[in-house]
Ligand binder design. Structure first.
Ligand SMILES: NC(=O)c1ccc[n+]([C@@H]2O[C@H](COP(=O)([O-])OP(=O)(O)OC[C@H]3O[C@@H](n4cnc5c(N)ncnc54)[C@H](O)[C@@H]3O)[C@@H](O)[C@H]2O)c1
Ligand SMILES: [Fe+2]
Length: 384
């Protein structure tokens, strides 16, 4: 067995209704002047008000920052951090999808006033401590509540990562009650994002290890067996809780065995065309799996077990093909679009996407197969 390091969020609370414990957790962290970081969609969905009432009845009056937008731009992070500093907040609660949690993580660092955001990009660049931090996902997708990563849109179109163990929160709270009204198309796209985290962690070239493999397989089992129900019967609390746990396990896996070419090719779609992160991943997933299969067919063959679709007399190569077929069935079953041309992307845009994908070398180095610009272009063309 290869040697490895493994880090994750210190405390994970996984139970329907567990967001009722947020006041207790703030108290445990000595937070009295909290900033609650979220977005307008969550406010409109009525998810924030009951939590504010709970906090206020426990004498914690949160400052609400709800200006997070999807694929958060750097300016939003800077604005939020300056509001946090002005108001001398002493703790941060990120409540929402990956966008809200990623912004919350950076506020917890920047509000200390010791570093500026431009010095945080890249791996292990944060030299400052952070404020106490609690993360509560309301999508079952990014796993941001257990990753040391925050993704920011820099410039107009590029997505840049901050990666530092300082971004791991003190608590991650997985409460499926908060996800019951997540629209079906968001459930589908974010759920596929989580599945991609598990798959890419399992085949990650550099840091894949015993622990990340175990988590990735368990994550893929939970996600593949619950995504259909969560999409079609959104009020099913058991499926929703399983999706949240699956996405957290996948997050723990890829936090330690990083994602690769699917994400590298997905980011330019988000940056240029604002295609939601999970959908961007779903669009490029199948061609990347087919290319990688020439090298990691044994690993894909092993992942087939997660789908309860075993057949004893197959070779590893044909089992790997069956694994890709299973993923294709799920993408069709949850009714995600399959073609870039369905999403207002023109054929003339593909070379630009391929060029931008090459900026994601941080991710491409983890891919089992070397992907050059011409390969990226061929992948985009194959799903055009
Ligand atoms: N930090 C990480 O490790 C990591 C990993 C993968 C992706 N990301 C980043 O996360 C972001 C994507 O996050 P996301 O896919 O969770 O989407 P998101 O946070 O952008 O949210 C998508 C939409 O869903 C709505 N929404 C969220 N929860 C809801 C609920 N329970 N009910 C009703 N509406 C709800 C939001 O208001 C928003 O409009 C991207 O910026 C991506 O780059 C981060
Ligand atoms: Fe992702």
């Amino acid at each position: 067995m290869a040697d490895f390091d493994f880090s994750t969020t210190k405390t994970l609370i996984c139970a329907p209704g567990s967001s009722s414990r947020l006041s207790e957790l703030c108290k445990a962290l000595d937070i009295s002047n909290l900033m609650l970081v979220t977005d307008k969609g969550l406010l409109d969905a009525g998810i924030i008000q009951p939590i504010v009432s709970q906090l206020e009845s426990n004498k914690i009056k949160p400052l609400i920052f709800s200006d997070v937008i999807a694929d958060p731009p750097e300016e939003v992070v800077i604005e939020a951090a300056s509001r946090a500093k002005e108001n001398r907040i002493d703790g941060v609660l990120g409540l929402g999808g990956g966008s809200s949690m990623d912004v919350a993580k950076l506020i917890a660092v920047l509000a200390k006033g010791e570093v500026a955001i431009e010095h945080c990009y890249g791996i292990d660049q944060i030299s400052s401590d952070r404020l106490p931090l609690i993360l509560v996902p309301t999508t079952a997708g990014t796993g941001s509540e257990v990753t040391p990563i925050s993704i920011v849109t820099t410039g107009k179109t590029t997505k840049t990562g901050v990666v530092s163990s300082r971004l791991l929160p003190d608590y991650a709270v997985l409460d499926a009650e908060l996800t019951l009204n997540l629209p079906a198309h968001v459930t589908a796209a974010t759920g596929v994002d989580a599945m991609v985290h598990a798959i890419e962690a399992f085949t990650s070239k550099v840091k894949k290890n015993f622990y990340s493999d175990m988590l990735a397989k368990q994550a893929l089992s939970l996600l593949s067996q619950n995504i259909g129900t969560a999409v079609k019967d959104g009020q099913n609390i058991k499926a929703r809780q399983n999706m949240l746990l699956g996405s957290a396990l996948a997050g723990q896996a890829f936090a330690n065995a990083p994602v690769a070419a699917v994400h590298a090719l997905a980011y330019p779609l988000g940056g240029h065309f604002h295609i939601p992160h999970g959908l961007s991943n779903a669009l490029v997933l199948l061609p990347v799996l087919k290319i990688n299969s020439s090298v990691v067919y044994e690993q894909y063959s092993e992942l087939l077990e997660c789908f309860n679709a075993e057949s004893e007399d197959q070779t590893s190569v044909s089992r790997a093909e069956s694994f890709i077929d299973e993923m294709e069935k799920i993408i069709d079953d949850v009714e995600l679009p399959r073609k870039l041309s369905d999403l207002d992307i023109g054929e003339q845009d593909l070379p630009l996407l391929a060029r931008d994908a090459m900026l994601q070398q941080r991710l491409l180095v983890n891919n089992p197969v070397d992907i050059q610009e011409k390969d990226a272009l061929a992948i985009y063309q194959s799903v055009f």
